[in-house]
Design a protein around this ligand. Structure first.
Ligand code: BGC
Length: 795
């Protein structure tokens, strides 16, 4: 062999050896799921770790360059188009990406994909507010199960929901995504939803943690709140969900709490959430939330979403310069990896992209009827069997609002309007009136610009104003129809709060005219008028509720909404929903009306009117002077009469409560309450049973009563009874005493009130607690630097 040949042979040999060694090395590299997580982390480079704690970015339609943090590139599109984000894949260590998608009312992805003829529709389920109005945690769990199945079949690992912020003020634009003004209802609904979704082996992200109760300046609003109100009202629902359902993830909120961004707040995300409550999953930011990536890492905000290069650079530099201990990154990485491993994508689940949308349509149709609230009924509903021809008024009778706008919107395959629902039920509607509405709605739509830009995409298009229904039109319709339906619709969503004025909280002049003229004309002919509210949040009702014969609060009921409403109107379903929020007489009665949505602070920054301005906001603050007196806690304690109280809702039947019994007149750790509920009417129905507690208020100021338990009966036939059992634990007795950093139950007499609403109390009983009890000590954190002047009830 020539010298040169020997050289080449040796070289080739070396290359083979080196390839073999590399292969061996690859084989020896710890693989996620096979090797212990800590070993996988030890094998990661610093860059890989940083990549994992910062999402892979996001495609923003119409924007080639950057979100607020810099240039972002989207990887999500290639995995599940239209999902909200993805974590970074590291194939050499077996780390798959994890895909996250909105949102609370159903999975939000693109219904179509480039160069692909298939469709990827998801079910639009009822909004969170409607689900809470069912007061049926089992049912909410079933909705969650169906939603989780769609998540899994579309190849998504984590649902960005449920939304669990407190409906502090009726005008918050995102209230439809949230459950209630009450933390107990919120917590129980959230836990049921998390358990339902996660039963599919996919995750949830309870959001937005915490005190994100307004959309105006949402990224720059400083919420100034007392520690007691924060813990009793704004954190309590999250605590219940964490402890009863252990969600995979929590999403931190955009706002500041007492001067600190929620996502940069160690006390909130680590001390309270993890150490005090025992949360085991990971925390992700809201999209582009917070400012200081390094601060977020240190706070225990494990994952920054959707992720920007600027955040990665900041974290990398901080570790290299010794400002951020790599151990913190390791811990955050570990929490993320632990859950990536649980996801269907990591487990190589062969998703079908074909969830059973037909079956889920049934779930949404049925759950929606259970959350609709019958607010008034003077012999109008269910519609008499002789009612065949209906005059149907109001734009949203023809164009139903399925759910709110923004990330909580779902791309459903179809929606059933009210008129379609009525027709499916065999009722006929006045076609002349229908043509009038169709022509009007189409003309308004055609007059609008075709491309409405990112703002409209996020916030939905402007509602179509009602045309004035004249006395003549109403009279001619009354002559040829058996009854009238009038739908009043409202929509709202992310990035903007609602207004207290006409066309939003209050009715427009044309809506008032519509109600006045139609009720006058139909009543003159002895015919009934039913108002249907297709709304996502509370509106003013006191000024007009005397006019119609019945009012059905249908909320935003999901894609089968028209069928669900028709089921109730015809009596196929008996309404059993009750309000999980108060309908005040007027906006000024709301305890936070004076401060919501916060005041802007002096700033030199120029006002930003660009397409992303709703993500930037102006420096602003909202001082929660209402303290713990949110919702019925306020109305009941301060003697302010609402239009419809918390917990209210009628049925086509009646229920009698009797035989309230406590397991003991003295509290010793736990107490069982039983009560008999009997259907005393003529049709089968379900009843929501509410338990309120009035606690002694010697040491701490206390609301007149607080909800501490609820249950829904099974379907009771006429004459049938059920014994309801509810448990009062020590925590139910306790209020948070900031001076002691603890939940304290005061000694004295407690009154148990069991009823059909917060005002309609049917049975009471008392028990005593012998001596003051420290129920739970908390870490001494979350104390505002300055004193917040709050409402106090005198009792
Ligand atoms: C919303 C979140 C949502 C996220 C991803 C944000 O703007 O506040 O609720 O999950 O976007 O779409």
């Amino acid at each position: 062999m020539k010298k040169s040949n020997r050289y080449l042979t040796a070289l080739a040999g070396l290359m083979v050896l080196s390839v073999a060694l590399t292969g061996l090395k690859a084989q020896q590299l710890p693989q996620l799921g096979k090797a212990p997580v800590k070993q996988v982390i030890a094998a990661m480079t610093l860059e890989e770790k940083v990549n994992l704690v910062v999402g892979t970015g996001m495609n923003i339609p119409g924007m080639s360059q950057g979100g607020p943090g810099g240039t972002v590139v989207g990887q999500t599109k290639t995995l599940v188009d239209g999902a909200a984000g993805t974590t970074f894949a590291i194939p050499r260590l077996g780390i798959t990406p994890s895909v996250v998608a909105d949102g609370p009312a159903g999975v939000r992805i693109s219904p179509t994909r480039d160069n692909d003829n298939s469709t990827y529709y998801c079910t639009a389920f009822p909004v969170g507010t409607l689900l809470a109005s069912t007061w049926n945690t089992e049912l909410v769990g079933q909705v969650g199960q169906a939603m989780g199945n769609e998540l899994k079949e579309y190849g998504i690992d984590v649902l960005l929901g449920p939304g669990m912020n407190i409906q502090r003020n009726p005008l918050c634009g995102r209230n439809f995504e949230y459950y209630s003004e009450d933390p107990y209802v919120t917590g129980k609904m959230g836990a049921a939803m998390v358990n339902g979704v996660e039963s599919n082996g996919v995750g949830t992200s309870i959001k937005h943690f915490a005190a994100n109760n307004a959309e105006t300046n949402r990224n720059s609003l400083n919420v100034k709140v007392s520690e007691r109100a924060l813990r009793e009202i704004y954190l309590e629902g999250f605590r219940i969900a964490v402890q009863e359902a252990q969600p995979w993830t929590v999403m931190s909120s955009y706002n500041y709490i007492n001067g600190k961004y929620a996502s940069e707040n160690y006390d909130l995300l680590t001390t309270v959430l993890r150490k005090d409550w025992g949360f085991k999953g990971y925390v992700m930011t809201d999209w582009f939330g917070g400012k200081d990536a390094v601060g977020q890492m240190k706070a225990g905000n494990d994952l920054l979403m959707p992720g920007t290069p600027a955040q990665s650079q900041a974290i990398l530099a901080a570790v290299k310069e010794g400002r951020l201990d790599v151990k913190i990154i390791d811990q955050n990485v570990e929490r993320i990896l632990n859950l990536i491993m649980q996801g269907p994508r990591f487990k190589q689940y062969a998703n079908t992209n074909k969830p059973d949308l037909k079956a889920h349509a049934q779930v949404t149709r049925q759950s929606a009827t259970e959350g609709m609230v019958l607010l008034k009924n003077q012999g109008a509903l269910p519609l008499a069997s002789a009612t065949k021809k209906l005059a149907v008024f109001g734009n949203t009778s023809y164009n139903i609002i399925v759910g709110g706008t923004g990330s909580g919107d779902v791309n459903e395959a179809y929606s059933v309007s009210l008129v379609e629902g009525l027709q499916h039920s065999g009722l006929s509607i006045n076609e002349n009136l229908q043509h009038m509405y169709d022509a009007y709605i189409n003309a308004v739509k055609e007059g609008r610009p075709k491309h409405q830009g990112l703002m409209a995409l996020m916030m939905g298009s402007t509602p179509i104003a009602e045309f004035g229904v004249t006395e003549n039109l109403a009279t001619s319709m009354a002559e040829v129809s058996d009854a009238a339906l009038i739908t009043i619709g409202r929509n709202a969503g992310e990035g903007r709060d609602r207004s207290a004025g006409e066309g939003d909280f209050t009715l427009t002049v044309s809506e008032q005219e519509l109600l006045k003229n139609v009720t006058a004309a139909f009543h003159a002919k002895n015919k009934k008028v039913v108002v249907i509210l297709n709304i996502g949040g509370v509106i003013e009702t006191a000024s007009w509720k005397d006019l119609p014969d019945a009012i059905l609060l249908a909320w935003q009921a999901g894609q089968e909404g028209g069928n669900s409403i028709a089921d109730i109107l015809t009596g196929k379903a008996n309404p059993s929903g009750k309000l999980a929020q108060t309908f005040p007489v007027k906006y000024e009665d709301v305890p936070s009306a004076a401060t919501f949505p916060g005041k802007e602070l002096p700033s030199n920054e120029p006002k930003d009117n660009g397409p992303m301005s709703f993500m930037r906001g102006r420096p602003a603050e909202d001082t929660y002077t209402d303290g713990i007196y949110v919702g019925y806690r306020y109305y009941e304690s301060f003697g302010v009469k609402p239009s419809y109280e918390f917990g209210f809702g009628l049925s086509y039947t009646t229920f009698e409560y009797s035989n309230l019994k406590l397991s003991s007149p003295k509290f010793a750790g736990k107490l069982t309450v039983t009560v008999d509920v009997k259907n005393t009417g003529k049709v089968a129905g379900k009843e929501v049973v509410e338990l309120y507690l009035t606690a002694p208020a010697k040491k701490l100021d206390k609301p007149a009563q607080e909800l501490k338990g609820f249950a829904k009966t099974r379907m009771l036939q006429p004459g049938e009874s059920q014994t309801i059992t509810l448990v009062i634990d020590a925590r139910s007795l306790a209020s948070f005493d900031p001076a002691a950093s603890a939940w304290i139950a005061e000694a004295g007499s407690y009154t148990v009130k069991v009823g059909a609403s917060s005002k309609d109390i049917r049975q009471t009983a008392t028990f005593t607690l012998g001596k003051e009890t420290l129920v739970k000590k908390e870490s001494a954190v979350l104390k505002p630097a300055e004193k917040i002047n709050e409402l106090k009830a005198s009792r």
